[in-house]
Design a protein around this ligand. Sequence first.
Ligand code: DLL
Length: 448
Amino acid sequence: MTVAEKTRSETAGDDFMLDRAAETMPRDKLRALQLERLKWSLRHACDNSPFYARAFAAAGVTADDLKSLDDLRRFPFTVKTDLRDTYPFGMFAVSRDNLRRLHASSGTTGKPTVVGYTQGDLDRWADLMARSMAAAGARPGDVVHNAYGYGLFTGGLGAHYGAERLGCIVVPISGGGTERQIMLLQDFAPRVLCATPSYALNLAESAMQMGVDPATLSVSRGIFGAEPWSEEMRAELDRLFGLKAVDIYGLSEIMGPGVACECDHSREGLHGWEDHFIFEVIDPETKEPLPMGESGELVITTLTKEALPMVRYRTRDITRLTDEPCTCGRTHLRIQRITGRDDDMMIIRGVNVYPSQVEAALVGAPGLAPHYQIVLEREGVMDTMSLEVEVAVGAAECEDDQIRIAAEVRHRIKGLIGVTCKVRALAPGSVPRSQGKAVRVKDMRKKG
Ligand code: DLL
């Protein structure tokens, strides 16, 4: 399929919504619904989860203290270590016979965090994921190539059941086996590609190596998430595949993918589904809620979760919210692109740097392929950052060219981010390729 044919087969301009009444609900009605559901959720948490009964008692609040949405700020936060401390099922608010599924996130150290779902939770997740995919431009009848990993990770099954709920035809390919994926992308002609952005990039590159121009593949929507990515990476994926790349967000502690998703109308921030969640942004230091529009840590409260209600869960994700109306007509507030996690933030000679800023400076730079790794080391008491970047195929003929490109990148990073770092420009194919969530940072600080 040529890019021109693809564009003609587009559904651009239609205003399909899966649940128009919910998605365009006037904000005062939305807030009234939130209050009603929040009262239920706090009561359910307190009555059925010994963890929350203790946490509320320690904070000196009861579910009855919530009279308005503003009262939520009187309730305690929940953090990831609460799940670890109560491993595996200690925070659940339903009995075992009501559970239908478990997922878990691997975590870098020790035990994973385990989350559980009732049948009702699974149904609502599929509904919200279907709503998200429709907002991103998927339509009933579309073939969906689902390259999110299947298993304990919520990406694969989350997108799978959402796509089925929307009425799509799912190709449950999972991650890996990249050459086979290219064959199936050609043969099954999907309209929608679901993957992490880094794996989508890997797919595009592998296609080119197999002599297939990814822009000639049939995919016209990419539903990409599960890791931080930049506008520059979006532009690169749009260009390589000739598609519209749309950002989707979620986390297993809250549900999985589909907590928020961009619409393909504006692609300016992700609609957070406020009929099922309350979103706050707090200052991570003072823990005080910040006014709309200010940047800080995203905190999410679930309104309808049965098995694992979450009260004021600190996501560690850094973003800001906007309630300005969106061109698509949806009334739910928008979460701006997640710039990173506060635990991913690096402090390099006093400058705060997120990996996504480095990505924004590298992707699209002349002579570079969009693959990189950040290496953190310690010199004395200072953290230092060096970059391993990759030259584009044909961009460097000799070592001198690689040295010149490295110097240009160093200059660019200094100009755009304000930090000095060492840069190694490596030959094409040297940086490890992603199969799922990309490992952007090699932290050598603890190793010596
Ligand atoms: O990554 C769920 C998911 C699957 C989302 C597929 C989107 C698509 P976890 O493995 O629990 O769940 O990881 C959650 O990943 O707190 C963020 O730090 C990060 N993350 C997820 N989506 C985005 C995104 C899934 N769109 C953690 N942008 C979250 C930036 C994201 N970071």
